[in-house]
Ligand binder design. Structure first.
Ligand SMILES: CC(C)(COP(=O)(O)OP(=O)(O)OC[C@H]1O[C@@H](n2cnc3c(N)ncnc32)[C@H](O)[C@@H]1OP(=O)(O)O)[C@@H](O)C(=O)NCCC(=O)NCCS
Length: 239
């Protein structure tokens, strides 16, 4: 039996390419993609796309780890929920040149990209993404499947609800609370609390007119709880 470490990546996307790159640099040797576009899509760059989610659920015993590389936060959360319900071994991936405090806590399925910094006592819910050169400072609490986009800086003691985005290059002031399913526009400065389900942009960040009071069908479904699921990571065990 092979000793090679096998990782399944759900989501043969652009984000999936970056996730695959981090996985290789973090020591995973065999990568296999799954995507619901299979069987139309059978290759992703030089990797095989082996099936769709139902097939991955059948193949779970073949892999030491599974990660979901889908950029859409609510979809990523739904896929992770399905995989966890089937007992998948969901792993987090941390780029070797990211800085993650040993006192930070990452839930399963997080991805931390090159140059990112996660400081002491920050807590990231399952499936969160801290993208290239972004930072999440001390005591922040991020719900499930939050995405802090490239170059964004989240100051200390900030709370961000599940499936929210902080856009590229945005800044969030310390102590602010951002609700669930919020989209913070690229380059925004969030200086006060933001209610859920809003799109905000600008300096200081204000809701875009189109997002106020909308009941868009694309909103993620309500959840009974926003309980964070954590695995304490250590410097030796970041994957
Ligand atoms: C904020 C955002 C979600 C709005 O997207 P949208 O709903 O499609 O909005 P539109 O592009 O139709 O723009 C609507 C208005 O908001 C303005 N606007 C859009 N994004 C803005 C931003 N980031 N900052 C300031 N104003 C912005 C537009 O200029 C436009 O103004 P107008 O009505 O006066 O012409 C999007 O522009 C954005 O910034 N997304 C983040 C992208 C990102 O960080 N990606 C990272 C990928 S890893």
């Amino acid at each position: 039996m092979s000793n090679r470490r096998r990782l399944a990546i759900l989501g043969a996307s652009g984000h999936g390419k970056v996730v695959a790159d981090i996985a290789i640099q973090a020591g995973w040797q065999d990568l296999v993609f799954y995507d619901d576009a299979w069987p139309e899509k059978t290759r992703h760059e030089h990797w095989e796309v082996q099936g769709s989610l139902p097939m991955l659920l059948n193949d779970l015993a073949d892999f030491e780890g599974v990660v979901v590389a889908i950029g859409h936060n609510a979809i990523r959360e739904a896929k992770l929920d399905a995989l966890l319900a089937h007992g998948a071994s969901i792993v987090s991936l941390v780029h070797p040149r990211a800085t993650v405090s040993p006192m930070a806590r990452l839930g399963p399925g997080c991805v931390v990209m090159a140059g990112a910094i996660i400081n002491a006592f920050a807590e990231l819910g399952m499936g969160s993404i801290v993208n290239t050169a972004a930072s999440v400072d001390h005591d922040c609490r991020l719900g499930a499947c939050v995405h802090v986009a490239p170059g964004a800086n989240v100051a200390g003691d900030v709370e961000i609800g599940r499936t929210s985005w902080v856009g590229a290059g945005a800044v969030v002031r310390q102590g602010v609370a951002i609700g669930e399913a919020v989209m913070v526009g690229a380059g925004a400065a969030v200086v006060s609390d933001i209610a859920g389900n809003l799109v905000v942009a600008g300096v200081p960040a204000r809701p875009l007119a189109s997002s106020e009071g909308d009941d868009d069908d694309n909103d993620p479904p309500p959840k009974a709880s926003n309980v964070l699921r954590f695995d304490l990571i250590s410097p030796q065990g970041r994957t």
